[in-house]
Each structure stands twice: as C-alpha cells, then as structure tokens.
Design a protein around this ligand. Structure first.
Ligand code: GLC
Length: 617
C-alpha cells in the first residue's frame, strides 16, 4: 500500500464574538499540528506540505486560548489509489460461522466445519479463544483512519448493510469501550489521536436553526469525509455532528462527559499524564466543565437536560434530571478535579467543582434512592406541603407508585436502586442500568447503596439480565404510556431498543461495577452468558423481548461497542489492577463539604446532618 500524502490546512477561529454568525474570516497560517508534542506523529507527518485557505462558511466560534489557536483543523490529501479510505482493513471479511447442533448432540458443535467438545459452561476454552480472536479482528476492522492515523472506530461495520445511516461514523460514547480495549492491550495511539481530534471539533462552528449552542460542546459523532481535489488528489475532512443532522436533533450532552472520563482513563492506563497536562487539553476540560456548571434557573444541583441527550438518544421521557447524565456528570467532575492543574486561574473552577460534587451526591443519595421501605414511605406521603422542612419535598403524589413497582421491589432492605429521574411532582421509578452502574463506579451512591444495587440485579437477574445482559431500562413503557411518552415511536415499542431492550455493550460497565464491589463472579456469569450468543448472532447492537431472547427488530449487526464492550469486560476481569484504576472510592472530603453552611440563606433547609446519620454511611 502506498502511503498517503497529507497536506495540512490550518485555520484559526478569529471571530471577535460568537454572535457574529455568518461572517467569514481570513485564516492565518500556522505551522503546527495537533500532535506537536508527540515525536512519533511528527515523524509520521514529516512529508507535510502546508498551505493556507479560508474556511468557506461561517466561522462563529471564538478561540478559547492561544494554545487552541495552535490546534489547527486539518484537511489532508490522499492518494486516490487508496480506495479503502475509511475502514482500515476492508469490510468483506467472512465472519467465523458457528452452527449449533440440537438436543442429543449437546456436547458437540461445529466451528467452520470442525466438530469440538464443549465444557460444562457450554463453551470450551478453544472456542472462547476463537470468539475473542474474532472480536479483536472485527474491532480492528472497524478502525477509522484520518490521514493514515487511527482516530476512532465506526459504530457498526456490517458489510451487508446497504443503509448504514450514521452508523458509519465514530460516536464519542461508542468509542469508549473500544478505547479501553485498546488501552488495556497497550495500544494507546488511537485513543490519544481520538482525544486530540475531538478536542479540535469542540470549537467547531455548530448551528441548528441559526442558533449556536454553548462553547465546549463535544459532537455526538464525526465522520471522515473524502472529496476529490485537483488531479489525483483527495482530501479528508473531519465532519462533526453536534445534533444538527442527528435524528430528532438531540443534544449530545454525554459526549463531553465521556471525553473527560476517557482522558482520565488514558492517563491511568498508559501512565502518560503529559496529554492531560497540555494547555489545549486543559482548556478543553475547562470548557466542558464551564458549560455544565453554568448557572441557570434550575434549583437542583443535578444537570438539567433535554430528552435523548445520552445513550438513549430518542424521546423516552428522560428530560429533566435523568440519572444517567447525573452519574456521568459526577464521574466527569471527579475526573476533572483530578486532572485540572491548580493555579490562580483555575482555583475558582476547582472550588466550584468540589461544591457541586458534594451537592450532587447529597441530592442523589437522599432523593433518588428507593428500597422497599422508602417506597412504602412515598406510598403514604402527605402532599401539598408548603415549608422548607416538608418531608415530600418534590410533592410526589403517591399514585405514582405503580403496581409493578410494589410487586417488583424485593422485600429485603439489602436491595434497592436509584430512580431514573426526579422533578417537581415527578419521580420516574424505572430502573435505568447505565445510571445505576455509573453511580456504583463513581461512588455517587453510598457504599451501602452501591452494594444494594448489585444485590437487586442479582435478585432480579431474569428481568435485568435474562438471556442477554443487560436491560437498558426496566420495565418497558406500554400502551398509552408508550403512545404519549415516546410519541408512538415504532423503534421504541415495548421491550425493544431503548424501551426495555437488552444492550450487550452495558456488559463492560457492569463488570467494572461488580469488580469495584468485590463481586467479579456476577460479572463472569453475565460474560459467559453473552459469550454463548454474541458471536453466533453476529454481535448485535441490542436484543428484544421481555427476557432479551431475540435479536432486536432493527438491530445493527457487527455493532462495534457490542464487540468492544465484550472484550473490555473480559480484559477487566483478567486485569483487576487496571480495573481498579478506572473506578472511584468514596471521598470523605466531599461528604464534609456542605455549601449550605457557608451561606446564611441555605442553613435552615440543610438536612445533611440528619441525612448523614441515616443514609450516607
Ligand atoms: C443509537 C444509540 C446510541 C448510539 C448510536 C450509535 O443511536 O441509541 O446510543 O451511540 O446508536 O451506535
């Protein structure tokens, strides 16, 4: 293969204010590439030829710092003979086929023509190895390159799919398990490139209906587009989607949070902390943090978001303060606090982060937690209480405690979970898996709560794991609730997709949570279950039905985060030390910080001392 020749085209974003939309600006040439501190990349790009150009359309974003000026956006030209521009190793690879023999042939199966014995778990070690090898092969085939450097993995890579929509893009949230799999294998380059290129996209112009959302927003996904130049040259451009093309125009609130969490993981696993110390990277962290911490009208410490702003990126009734976003927000703030270099210009931000962390954990631990006792309390709530010391602070009407919940919640006080959402007169009692798992991983929940969440998953194994780990949420919205809340979404019918479907990608996060709580055997059980089906089913995106029996109605095949999630789960189990560098223990200092005692106004309504004795310990 002939190497491609990259041309750098540099832009600075010099508009004096981000309100000056549709103004075009002369660009300034700068002789700098994003990896200017990376000797390996400099060698790789030694043939770079530089030229200047104007960005053709509006440039509305102000440069955050001089360092970010130097992070030039880049267009590179490519040799046209390199026709496999995006997928690195080609798509038409024959997947390993597995035929299962029925009933009385139970202890034999045929793998590409060979008959083999299987062990008690239903899989022999050789098969396990083959499955893992196929997963690695598929993961590598999903790698997206930009100017010959790996920069991410595409969401799905099914060679037979004729309408991939945006599944051929690199999604920020989807890349996280890929990144961890690569990092734990000692392959940091792709993750480093991803972090730096998405950082550039953070300042990109972004508009929906002539409105530009806040600076610091990270895209949901990006695509490497190619277009012909003169003669035999092609150029590659990174094209981000901030929601302006996404179905439903949903805002990717979780992208920036995942970016920060991944940046910390990169440092922890590679030991290369120089990346997070870079000025432009520090600015990136601060921009995301500032965007999330900006004051608004909200009275809750949790982050107020629109529906579909996370992994569930469609209308599912999760607008407001959904647990998933709060748990990621908390994790990202804990990561930022570890990574931000403290100096005069950052100390106020760090103080704000500490106060917010403390307030979020208090709010979630006290108000989102339910077990049988708490549900009974809500069931007997008085309503319309007007005072600062009301018991039913959010005026939750007891009728919201639906019959499914009363039946479902285990008797034992050793089981419980954090509810999906909380707003005035609204408590969403659905169990949302990702939010509960990240509450464990980040210590957003108390040690007792975290243990109780895993106890609940164990107790409700059939409902939450069933035939395929794990349910994205439980239970599904049905009948009129489905009509009203999803807008009659045909993709989110009961027990399908986001509405109670089963998502194997959640496996790695479950594994991490189990390992943190000293319960790796639970994770192993789930991994074994997934291992028996994923490869034979061609690595589906999600499964349908109450117990996750069927491959999802519209499920993509060869879904990268299914593959990477499986690999990451296995690697975590094999490397407990690496796993422990990815989660957080309880931080007692945070529990001590109480913003209310610092101000006269809040003191009266602060129930932290009382709450501490009941639930925080
Ligand atoms: C779907 C999922 C979203 C995921 C994307 C790419 O839109 O809802 O969470 O990031 O597909 O896989």
């Amino acid at each position: 293969m002939r190497p491609s020749k990259c041309l750098l085209r540099a832009f600075t974003r010099l508009s004096p204010s981000r309100d000056t939309a549709f103004q075009s600006h002369h660009s300034r040439c700068i002789n700098q590439n994003i990896n200017n501190q990376d000797p390996y990349r400099i060698t790789k790009l030694r043939n770079v030829v530089q030229f200047c150009t104007n960005r053709p359309s509006s440039v509305t974003t102000q440069v955050a710092s001089e360092a970010r000026n130097l992070s030039a956006s880049r267009i590179c030209t490519k040799d046209p003979t390199l026709d496999k521009i995006i997928a690195k190793n080609g798509l038409n690879v024959k997947p390993l086929t597995v035929e299962r023999l029925e009933e009385d042939e139970k202890d034999e199966e045929v793998v590409n023509g060979d008959v083999r014995n299987i062990d008690k778990d239903g899989l022999e070690n050789v098969r396990r190895k083959e499955i893992e090898e196929e997963a690695w092969r598929l993961l590598r085939q999903s790698v997206v390159t930009y100017c010959d450097s790996p920069v991410g993995t595409m969401a799905a890579n099914d060679p037979t799919d004729t309408a991939p929509l945006n599944y051929d893009q690199v999604f920020v949230r989807d890349f996280v398990p890929s990144a961890l799999a690569f990092l734990m294998k000692g392959e940091g380059e792709i993750v480093r490139n991803f972090l730096l290129y998405t950082l550039q996209l953070q300042s990109w112009e972004k508009t929906v209906d002539c409105y530009s959302p806040g600076q610091g927003l990270m895209p949901a996904s990006f695509k490497v587009r190619t277009s012909p130049l003169e003669e035999d040259k092609f150029e590659e451009v990174l094209d981000p989607d901030f929601g302006e093309s996404a179905i439903g125009r949903v805002a990717p609130v979780d992208s920036g949070l995942w970016w920060i969490i991944l940046l910390r993981a990169y440092g922890k696993i590679t030991g290369d902390y120089s990346l997070q110390e870079r000025v432009d990277v520090q600015t990136g962290i601060k921009m995301i943090a500032n965007l999330c911490l900006a004051d608004g009208f909200d009275m809750f410490p949790t982050l107020l978001v629109t529906d579909g702003s996370c992994m569930i990126d469609r209308r599912m009734g999760i607008h407001g303060h959904p647990l998933e976003i709060q748990a990621l927000f908390y994790s990202a703030l804990r990561s930022s606090r570890e990574m931000i270099t403290i100096n005069d210009s950052s100390k106020n931000l760090v103080r704000t982060i500490n106060n917010r962390l403390s307030a979020i954990s208090f709010h979630i631990r006290e108000n989102y937690w339910v077990d049988k006792g708490k549900i009974n309390e809500i069931y007997r709530y008085k309503t319309e209480e007007y005072s600062t010391d009301a018991t039913n602070k959010f005026n939750i009407y007891p009728d919201q405690v639906s019959p499914w919940l009363m039946d479902w919640i285990p008797e034992s006080h050793r089981c419980g979970f954090l509810v999906g959402n909380l707003q005035p007169a609204h408590m969403d009692f659905r169990f949302f898996t990702l939010g509960n798992l990240w509450s464990i991983i980040s210590s957003l929940g108390t040690p007792r709560q975290n243990q109780a969440i895993l106890n609940l998953i164990e107790e409700k194994w059939d409902d939450l794991i069933g035939h395929m780990p794990l349910k994205i949420c439980f239970p599904a919205l049905e009948s009129s609730e489905w009509h009203i809340i999803t807008g009659s979404d045909p993709k989110n019918t009961p027990w399908s997709y986001h509405n109670g479907g089963s998502w194997p990608t959640l496996l790695w996060q479950f594994t991490l949570a189990c390992m943190k709580m000293g319960r790796p055997e639970l994770a192993e059980k789930a991994v074994t279950l997934a291992e028996k089906r994923l490869q034979a089913d061609r690595w589906p995106e999600y499964y349908d039905t109450r117990y996750g029996k069927f491959i999802g109605k519209k499920s993509r095949l060869y879904q990268t985060w299914t593959i990477a999630g499986f690999l990451t789960a296995k690697q975590l189990l094999q490397n407990p030390e690496m796993a422990s560098s990815l989660f957080w223990e309880e931080d007692l200092e945070l529990l001590e910080t109480c913003v209310c005692v610092l101000t006269k106004s809040g003191r009266k309504s602060c129930s932290r001392a009382a709450a501490k004795s009941q639930i925080l310990i």
